[in-house]
Design a protein around this ligand. Structure first.
Ligand SMILES: [Zn+2]
Length: 315
């Protein structure tokens, strides 16, 4: 009996120690970025507005900065509503990176409430305007869907990081240069692969008008149900217009993006000869074990999905 109770006591002690340890880890994590207690939180903290920008920025930051996205994987980023926790987190950050071009409708108010410097990554790109709907004449914010534009994003990140942490400016520049070579490789692959599509199958039909830059680079005709996901309720007129386009151009496949419901596009599929070609990624990366954990994966995955589906012969 005595041995048993000793064993029990030892077990209880282990459990208490484990609990104490867990508590320790948890409190160290929650202090992250606030008090700078652990070695990782000594690094300057950079926040981005969404996951795609976080991955691009991480490639430039290397090990010198902590980079995190404000919005989570899969979040709707256009009309996002920041939480009090987001604001608290941003107040403790050293730099915030946003896309600009009115992508983040919530951002202007958000940065007003925190006194942290921010940099607009789309500055200097060749802007394409939205041509239809209520957004006609406004810039299309999805500039990162062209790896050529993202090379300019990288230049802007290098400049912002060099200001933030001048001792590592040379590393940021070297990281940026190496990443820009990868971006150009993906761009060349994308254009090469999409150029194999016959001219009759060069229409890219999606839920959101997010592919204007990619369509420009790859010589595709773009058609979408709605211009930006901030208003992702399709009107009957928008659906009818898309159905008409798919029928008259004999489009074999149509697509929808990961951050919205594909129901409106399934209506188009139901009313035409087109098949649903798959989910494309634009406004968010996937989880690490999903198909697009990085930006380069995202571009490669979308290009492959588009080519495979458009090369099929429809229903
Ligand atoms: Zn979008």
């Amino acid at each position: 009996m005595r041995i048993r109770s000793q064993a029990f006591a030892a077990l209880a002690l282990t459990a208490t120690a484990a609990l104490a340890l867990t508590g320790c880890v948890a409190s160290a994590q929650s202090a992250d970025g606030e008090s700078g207690g652990s070695s990782s939180s000594d690094k300057p903290v950079v926040l981005t507005t969404f996951t795609v920008l976080a991955d691009i920025a991480q490639n430039v930051a290397g090990e010198h900065l902590t980079v995190e996205s404000i919005t989570k994987i899969g979040a709707e980023i256009h009309g996002y509503e920041p939480t009090p926790r987001d604001i608290a987190k941003a107040s403790d950050a050293d730099l915030i990176l946003d896309n600009g071009l009115h992508l983040e409708l919530w951002f202007e108010k958000f940065v007003e409430s925190v006194e942290v410097p921010h940099a607009v990554l789309s500055d200097g790109i060749d802007v394409l305007d939205i041509t239809e709907d209520a957004y006609a004449g406004k810039p299309n914010p999805h500039a990162w869907m062209s790896p050529v534009n993202v090379q300019i994003y990288v230049d802007n990140i290098v400049t912002a990081f060099a200001d933030l942490d001048p001792t590592h400016a040379d590393d940021f520049r070297a990281n940026g240069d190496a990443y820009k070579i990868e971006l150009q490789e993906v761009q060349d692959e994308l254009v090469d692969e999409l150029s194999t599509l016959p001219s009759s199958q060069r229409a890219l039909v999606s839920c959101e008008g997010a592919f204007s830059y990619l369509a420009r680079d790859a010589g595709l005709t773009e058609r979408y149900i709605w211009a930006v996901n901030a208003e992702s309720q399709a009107t009957p007129k928008q659906i009818a217009g898309t159905i008409e386009f798919v029928k008259s151009n004999q489009v074999p496949a149509v697509f929808c993006e990961s951050t919205v419901s594909d129901k409106p596009m399934q209506q188009v599929v139901g009313a035409t000869e087109a098949v649903f070609g798959g989910t494309l990624y634009v406004d968010s990366l996937s989880e690490a074990d999903g198909p697009v954990p990085t930006y380069l994966d995202l571009i490669r995955y979308d290009a492959a999905t588009i080519i495979d589906a458009l090369k099929g012969s429809g229903k």
